[in-house]
Design a binder for this molecule. Sequence first.
Ligand SMILES: Nc1nc2c(c(=O)[nH]1)N[C@H]1C(S)=C(S)[C@@H](COP(=O)(O)OP(=O)(O)OC[C@H]3O[C@@H](n4cnc5c(N)ncnc54)[C@H](O)[C@@H]3O)O[C@H]1N2
Ligand code: MOO
Length: 423
Amino acid sequence: MNDTKPVARQPSCADDAEAGVLSVAAALARMGADIAPVAGVEKIALRSALGRVLAGEVLSPVNVPSHTNSAMDGYALGGADLPAGGSAELAVIGTAYAGTPFPGAVAAGQCVRIMTGAMMPAGADSVVMQEHAERHGDTIRIDGGHRRGQNVRQAGEDLAAGQPALYAGQWIGPAELGLLASLGVAEVRVRRRLRVAFFSTGDELRSIGESLGEGEIYDSNRYTLHGMLTRLGVEVLDMGVVRDTPAALRTAFGEAAAMADVVITSGGVSVGEADYVRETLAELGRVDFWKIAMKPGRPLAFGRLGASTFIGLPGNPVAVMVAFYQFAQPLLRRLQGETDTDPVRFTVPCLTALKKRPGRTEYQRGVLHRDADGRLVVRTTGAQGSGILRSMSEANCFVVLGHDQGGVEPGDPVEVQPFHGLI
Ligand SMILES: Nc1nc2c(c(=O)[nH]1)N[C@H]1C(S)=C(S)[C@@H](COP(=O)(O)OP(=O)(O)OC[C@H]3O[C@@H](n4cnc5c(N)ncnc54)[C@H](O)[C@@H]3O)O[C@H]1N2
Ligand code: MOO
């Protein structure tokens, strides 16, 4: 039955098994090989520190909590007075408020009315919640079933003075701001902001507000790039659309490299003939042009332009976003000094059948939602062409199909990478 002759393998335009094609993992490793954070460090007020990256670890100057205090509203007493069985009656000798401690000491047979956060009075080591105590005038009655030390937060139990509270390279979010404030820290040492210059290349591109001639389109990549860069908290230097002439490109690359740590462009990194991007870069810097075994976002340029890092993203509007999120964003975060840059990914069932062949990584656009049973599931957004920007705007995650995996049947688990984290 098998009488087929060996046939010469037809090269296909979708074939990534060709020489010189890098896997996503190999490209990420090469890009990260000699990346060091920007050198500048500045001391800034805590209130301005949101979204910045800590330059060094922060040691707690105090114990947290600073004093042993009650975790509940109730009655503070010595553990020896907790009844093992039956019940006990205790005299209420005063009140401790948060910020206004009870000045005396609690003796055997006594207790102090205490509020959440109030300092534990001398002689007391346990708190009985008010719901578990019966108050009669100046006495309470409590039953058995309590544990010595209950409902008490010990001084330094969250963080002892001198222990690291935050680490170097940590991104400062709302929780970090609050934690630093709780330690009384008024100023923090952070990495200086990364300066990122970017422009679009392509003679077909017009800026919005200009009229479109035949075959011309509006430059959308600069807007997606502006948005993605702004959300990263970098200093954004928008250089507009640059004409595809050697003189214009030489000037733009030169200016960008002089003022920025990173230069990002979109377009002109594939094999087309009508561009001078490659030859201008070869004159001014050391840039490699890669083909990556991924879809979309196959062509990518990476290297040095003077003292700056250069990233040439592909021109197709979805490819520019995929390549930015998968390659540029982790790199920029590392340059900003962040140490924890792995994207959040998790596995959910996929409702849609997906075609895919092993040998490249695919980033399909997905909608993560709950099904009728409340299960988190994902479906794709339909047509996945790399010019269809609407597929990104309809989506809320990438469905990441790994290099070695094949197609997906409805109900199969797939890895998703949500677009929006809790930042
Ligand atoms: N023979 C081959 N052709 C192509 C290959 C290939 O491997 N062999 N790769 C394809 C892939 S994949 C992509 S992605 C593109 C990338 O090419 P370039 O980076 O050189 O980008 P351009 O040719 O300049 O533009 C591609 C496409 O995107 C539009 N574009 C460009 N800039 C913008 C912008 N700022 N705003 C909106 N749209 C933009 C441009 O008009 C083109 O339609 O190459 C494939 N070809
Ligand atoms: O990089 Mo391309 O987007 O796969 O068309």
